[in-house]
Structures are given as structure tokens and as C-alpha cells.
Design a binder for this molecule. Structure first.
Ligand code: SAM
Ligand code: SF4
Ligand code: SF4
Length: 325
């Protein structure tokens, strides 16, 4: 019980402040790993801490430095998750675990998904999931359907709004005041995220690090943003997995690198076993990290959500030359 309280307090701090987020990030990563192993080895239980679901790669904004590379995605990679597939992923994720502390919905812009109320309802109904949050860029108001669903679970549901108010050009498009008002009126927990500083993302490139250095890189990144992503395959095929971070999911979607099932990601096409989780969570050598410059990028701070305007000549940061690995 006391551990639950401490974890909730830490998670709230991380959601509110970027600096606290960075300070707590690494310790949280190690704490969650230790805790996971402890429960598994002693009681054969799997308690997951945090997972994100990317419900769409479409967005209402075109942020030049989006670390998900959303504005650089080809048409074929701009997709919406269907509710039917989503249910399969959640069922397969939950089938053998004992609890998941946080499930967070995002995109692109999650509010563009027409089934978002159903996605949220399904997650909120699951006893194994303890908290459900929705993150939005604040450009789209919450529909009555979404408000109805969230307000039924005042202790479990919350809304996180990325704070892009320092971006003057964007201000006329931001509806965060209306969103906050509606949430307050309906007793929905809402947080204005501290996203006033962004990191300047580099173009994707292959780093060719040794296994040891790639492991070191991942452990310094200490990603806790484990994410559920879909990728394109023939219609009807189930292609989704749990990735070490949302970037890794984007790389899979765009065929960047060579991510291998049960090492670089866990497939959600079938129920995930406890052993699969342990193997994945204790891997340190992820293929996606070979293409990532996060540790160098995070030293460069910029203002958030600068937009790619029509006619702007902007280098595509996502797609690599074919001969660059
Ligand atoms: C990729 S966005 C998706 C959700 C939604 N579209 C939004 O912008 O809030 C998830 C989070 O990543 C943050 N983010 C995106 N690019 C970033 C960057 N270059 N540096 C820091 N945070 C970033 C956003 O501010 C947001 O809080
Ligand atoms: S960071 Fe910007 S472009 Fe990226 S998903 Fe959020 S709003 Fe869209
Ligand atoms: S791909 Fe980058 S952000 Fe993702 S886990 Fe690896 S180092 Fe961290």
C-alpha cells in the first residue's frame, strides 16, 4: 500500500515537471526493473508500471521537432488503430500479467481517433489497469462521449495537456482553457504538462555502436516510455507490439533497422507470457537505439511545438538514405 502511494506520488511529479521527470526518470527505471524481478522471482507475478498506446499517427499539428517524427511520416504510415484490433492488443497484453499501473493514450493526436471514447472505456473497465490517462496537444476539445466516459472514473482517469502556450503563433489554435474548464466541471483530473522546453531532435542515422556501447546508451536513456505500436501489413494481419519507446515503434512502422520479435519488441498478436515480459524488460541491446541520438539531442533545448508552415523547406528527419545501413 505504502509502495503504491510512493509510486503514485513519483509518477505525478514526473508528469508535472520536465526537470523532475529527468531526475526521477533513471531511478524510476531501475526501481521498476528491480520491483518487476522481485515480484516475478518470488511470487511469479508480473506488475507493469507504464505503457503508452499510440492510437493514431495522424496529428492536428506539424511540429518540426516532434520526437515521434509525426510530420515526416509518409501517407502510408499515417494510420488509425481500429477498436477491434486494439481490444486484441489489450487482451493479449493483460492476459498473463497481474497489474499495469498506468496506461496512457496518445498519438499523433489521440483526439483525432473517432473511437477514442470506446478505447478509454475498455481500458477503464479493466481491473488490472490502475490508471488511465489521455495526452493531447490541446488543439481539439474533448467530445461529450469522452467526457462521459472519463467522468465515470474520477479516481482512475485523467487528462494531460501538453503546454504549448509559450508558442505565440500556436496560441490562437490552443483550446486548453476550454478543455480544463470542461474537465473541472465534470470532476475529471486534468494536468497541464510542463512541456515549455523541448529537445532538438536529430535526423535518424545509423550509429554502428558496439553491443556494449549500445547497451550503455539504452541504460543512460533509461526509457520508461514502453509503447504499443501498430505497423502496416496485409489487411487482417495483426501487427502490433510493445516497444521500448515510441520512437522504436515509429522505426518499426517505417522499416528502419531490423527489430526482432521477442528481443526488440513483444508481439501482441498472441497472449504475452510472463517469460516474454521478463526477457523484453531485461534486454539492454535494442536495435532502435542504434538509430537514435536522444542522449546528444537532449542537451539542446528549444521552445516547444514550432510548426512546419506551408511552403517551408524542411529537411525530412525520419527517412534515411538506403545505403545508410
Ligand atoms: C509525441 S507527443 C503526442 C501527444 C500530443 N500530440 C502532444 O503533442 O501532446 C507526446 C509528448 O511528447 C512531447 N514531445 C514531442 N516532441 C518533443 C521534443 N522534441 N522534446 C520534448 N518533448 C517532446 C510532447 O510535448 C508531448 O507531451
Ligand atoms: S508533438 Fe506535435 S506533431 Fe508530434 S504528435 Fe504532438 S502535436 Fe503532433
Ligand atoms: S531508441 Fe532512443 S529513446 Fe528509445 S529507448 Fe533507445 S535510446 Fe531511448
Amino acid at each position: 500500500m505504502i509502495f503504491n502511494r510512493i509510486e503514485k506520488w513519483i509518477a505525478d511529479l514526473m508528469r508535472r515537471s520536465y526537470i523532475m521527470h529527468r531526475i526521477i526518470f533513471t531511478s524510476s527505471f531501475w526501481w521498476n526493473r528491480t520491483r518487476m524481478k522481485f515480484w516475478y522471482l518470488l511470487f511469479n507475478k508480473i506488475h507493469l508500471f507504464y505503457t503508452e498506446v499510440v492510437v493514431t499517427t495522424n496529428c492536428s499539428l506539424k511540429c518540426k521537432e516532434c520526437y515521434e517524427y509525426v510530420p515526416y511520416l509518409d501517407k502510408v504510415h499515417q494510420r488509425f488503430m481500429s477498436f477491434e484490433n486494439y481490444k486484441i492488443y489489450i487482451d493479449n497484453l493483460l492476459s498473463n500479467i497481474d497489474s499495469l499501473k498506468y496506461l496512457r493514450f496518445l498519438g499523433g493526436e489521440a483526439l483525432l481517433s473517432k473511437d477514442l471514447d470506446k478505447f478509454l472505456q475498455y481500458a477503464l473497465e479493466q481491473k488490472k489497469i490502475k490508471k488511465v490517462s489521455l495526452v493531447t496537444n490541446g488543439t481539439i476539445e474533448l467530445s461529450d462521449e469522452i467526457i462521459n466516459v472519463l467522468s465515470k472514473y474520477p479516481k482512475k482517469a485523467m487528462v494531460d495537456i501538453s503546454n504549448y502556450s509559450s508558442n505565440e503563433k500556436l496560441r490562437p489554435r490552443l483550446k486548453e482553457k476550454a478543455i480544463i474548464k470542461k474537465c473541472n466541471e465534470n470532476n475529471i483530473n486534468v494536468i497541464y504538462l510542463d512541456t515549455l522546453e523541448w529537445i532538438d531532435i536529430s535526423k535518424v542515422k545509423y550509429h554502428n555502436r558496439s553491443i556494449k556501447n549500445n547497451e550503455k546508451y539504452y541504460l543512460s536513456c533509461a526509457s520508461v516510455c514502453v509503447g504499443i505500436h501498430e505497423w502496416n501489413k496485409e489487411a487482417g494481419e495483426i501487427c502490433a507490439g510493445v516497444f521500448p519507446c515510441i520512437k522504436a515503434g515509429i522505426f518499426k512502422l517505417c522499416d528502419i533497422g531490423n527489430q526482432k520479435e521477442s528481443i526488440d519488441y513483444i508481439s501482441l498478436s498472441k497472449p504475452v507470457s510472463k517469460k516474454d515480459f521478463i526477457k523484453f524488460y531485461f534486454n539492454n541491446n535494442f536495435d532502435a537505439c542504434q538509430y537514435c541520438s536522444y542522449l546528444e539531442d537532449r542537451k539542446k533545448r528549444i521552445s516547444p511545438a514550432e510548426q512546419i508552415e506551408d511552403g517551408m523547406n524542411v529537411e525530412n528527419k525520419l527517412y534515411m538514405e538506403k545505403n545508410n545501413k
